[in-house]
Ligand binder design. Structure first.
Ligand code: G3I
Length: 368
């Protein structure tokens, strides 16, 4: 049984006091009041979302929203290896990312780099690699080239994404990816060393999902993440932070004590934190609930996690994975065609989640 933390109750009441409770009120609050990025800055944090060069170039109402609400943008997929090149022998197509960097500079946004190493969205030829020499010949040059090109453009980097996978059966709970095949578990430290060399000013993060809920498989993932981070710390790898993706799911069981303990363990490693891909996946079928009830349930799900995360001075910021539902990956790859999981609806009206995030940011303890 989830009981809201003190902070969530405070935030919720701030939300009500702000008069937001109806789409119209939320609309007014969102369109005329401070953006979420401004609210986050009050506690020394950022708020942002995933973007594409296409969305930014559209110069439409959604692009205006990306500007009004965000202090940070993250390339949703165009910085990934498989988007930059079809084959490692090809010259990378940096155009879309260069456009995002230029737009960010024009609009005064900071950028998170996502991601240098991930087992998905790879050039076809890389998927089949496994030789030790492939790392030096193909992977290392990729990391150096991309991090080097954007060394001054991205202030945080997801250097390695989703390195943990207990279901692969390894004692180290790590994913058996092509990179693991090449170098064993040490590929992660190698990737961070290369990223530090190429982008010495960047804050370098490990990133993973499935660490917020009480389910057993998520406990195994938390254990894998902590073991890997401890190994990296012991090896002196230049790891500055951990990004909790934050793809939430109303069907999972949240236990505040468990999540608070995980945050404390990450803080104990001296790491910065980020919530880097926040959104909410609804249950299959809405159970006859109204849109308003579904949106409130999604907002409540976000409050459970953010109320704990925003209590941590280590949390540098929050990024949602899109701002409006019709831009969500969940609409493309999940069986809920009208998933309600982001701060704005398909018509770009702010939802209960936008009010909830605003209230939580307003109630957030300062990082300093
Ligand atoms: O828009 C182009 C289209 O013009 C082109 O014809 C087509 C050819 O494949 O590609 C289209 O782009 C697709 C893009 O999504 C936009 O829909 C890419 O193929 C597709 O790979 C891309 O998927 C992204 C996925 O990561 C893989 O990169 C999703 O947008 C993105 O939301 C998803 O994000 C991941 C995080 O990086 C890691 N955590 C999980 C999260 C969700 O899967």
């Amino acid at each position: 049984m989830w009981r809201p933390s003190r902070r969530a109750v405070l935030a919720g009441s701030a939300c009500l006091l702000a008069g937001a409770g109806t789409a119209a009120a939320e609309g007014v609050a969102a369109s005329s009041g401070p953006g979420l990025g401004e609210l986050a800055a009050r506690s020394g944090r950022f708020f942002g979302t995933a973007v594409t060069s296409t969305a930014l170039a559209a110069a439409d109402a959604y692009a205006d929203l990306l500007d009004r609400e965000c202090s940070v943008w993250v390339p949703e997929w165009q910085l990934k290896w498989g988007a930059l090149v079809g084959d490692p022998a090809d010259a990378p197509a940096y155009g879309p990312v260069d456009a995002i960097v230029a737009a960010a500079r024009r609009r005064g946004k900071r950028l998170r780099g996502h991601t240098l190493i991930w087992h998905e969205h790879l050039p076809e030829r890389v998927r089949g690699l496994s030789g030790r020499g492939d790392w030096d010949r193909i992977v290392a040059p990729h990391i150096l080239a991309v991090a080097g090109r954007y060394r001054d453009a991205f202030f945080q980097w997801d250097v390695v994404n989703e390195a943990v996978e207990p279901r692969d059966g390894g004692g180290d709970l790590m994913r058996r990816s092509p990179f693991y095949a090449m170098r064993g578990p040490d590929y992660v430290a190698d990737a961070f060393a290369l990223a530090r060399r190429a982008a010495p000013e960047g804050r370098l993060y490990l990133c993973d999902y499935g660490v917020c809920y009480a389910e057993g498989w998520q406990e195994a993932r938390r254990t894998g993440v902590l073991r890997l981070l401890e190994r990296l710390r012991a090896a002196g790898a230049p790891v500055d932070g951990f990004a909790i993706q934050g793809h939430l799911d109303v069907r999972q069981r949240f236990d505040e004590r468990i999540f608070r303990r995980f945050i404390a363990e990450l803080e104990g490693l001296g790491l910065e934190l980020a919530i880097s891909e926040l959104d909410v996946r609804e249950a299959d079928g809405d159970g006859g609930r109204s849109l308003a009830e579904r949106r409130q349930r999604a907002a409540d799900e976000v409050a459970k996690v953010l109320a704990v995360a925003l209590d941590s001075p280590a949390l540098t910021g929050v990024v949602t994975w899109g701002l409006a539902d019709d831009h969500s990956w969940l609409r493309k790859t999940r069986p809920i065609p009208d998933n309600q999981g982001l701060p704005y609806d398909d018509g770009l009206a702010p939802t209960a989640m936008r009010s909830q995030i605003a209230a939580l940011l307003m109630a957030a303890r300062s990082r300093t």
